[in-house]
Ligand binder design. Sequence first.
Ligand SMILES: *Cc1c(COP(=O)(O)O)cnc(C)c1O
Length: 356
Amino acid sequence: MRQATVYIDSAALQYNLNRVKQLAPTAKIVSMVKANAYGHGVKDCLAALSASDAFGVACLQEALEIRELGYQQPITLIEGVFVADEMPIVIDQNIEVIVHQQAQVDWLLAHKDAYIAKDLKVWVKLNSGMNRLGFKIDVIKDVINQLKAEGFICVLAMHFANADADHPLNDEQIRQFLEIKNYCAPLMGSCCNSAAIYKYPELHFDFVRPGIMLYGATPFADRDVHDLDLKPVMTFTAEVIALNHIKAGEHVGYGSTFTAEQDMTLAIVSIGYGDGYPRAFPKQNYVAINGQQTRVIGRVAMDMIAIDVTAMQVKPGTQVELWGNTRLVDDVAEANGTIGYELLCRLSHRPLRKVI
Ligand SMILES: *Cc1c(COP(=O)(O)O)cnc(C)c1O
């Protein structure tokens, strides 16, 4: 049987969650498990993350999956509900909403008594310059004051556009967040994703919202997971299914883009873009065998790649790490012009999944 496998290391997940606790000892932790726990499999990850104070997801569907799996922690819908009909379900299932526009405030007010009776918090989103979702600074004061006057427990929520970098917008976003937090005091606050948890210890406030760091990948372009003291959770592997000796001058793969400069040994590995392994072209992918990195030769196909194993001890059945502890997903991402987040989220259903 084809052996492309995604291993999920639950001890690493727990280790990374503890890192959040160390870095943000006074804040509650909303573990972000949207997009099937960043492609890691929400079912397996929830077990390892059950010490979280709450979970964050992108839509009702994802929240209901958590409830069906039996977890009772608070859940926040980070984009709120999409239609009014979702409100009664949200309340019945003890799910908290963000409000980022007036229609959502109206839906919430229409269910005020039931929502408040369940002690659910309302997350009110400030648009401080990312210009995705949220109320602008000049209107959010009224929204929060109205919700507070109606008896709602509010959390001011904000998201950085550049938490991973030094950018002049950071100071402006912080300034707006603090202005609202003070103006509407007392008011709980939450503005830190993974990068901001590291970068702004003074801004952890009531709730931090770690995502990528839990999974042991980096939110920064210039700091790797070892530097951040995180452990990669996912190891993505496949097996060698054939060996192929080629002579100088021969080509490899679709488009015959690779020409051997000398005689070499290739291993054919049963992995491809049909599994979510990125195509890199025209850049260069590397994989690892027993802790040693080697290059991918020619184009990545749907089901197979060729790798250079000249002078390596390899046979059919040898395990190849596409990413994991040796070849970091962040390095694979870099070689493919993307970020670890994308590679993790866009794995296909084809690889087997195993929890260790
Ligand atoms: C996804 C998300 C996070 C987590 O971001 P990371 O960079 O993965 O830590 C935090 N807050 C919001 C609103 C998000 O959408």
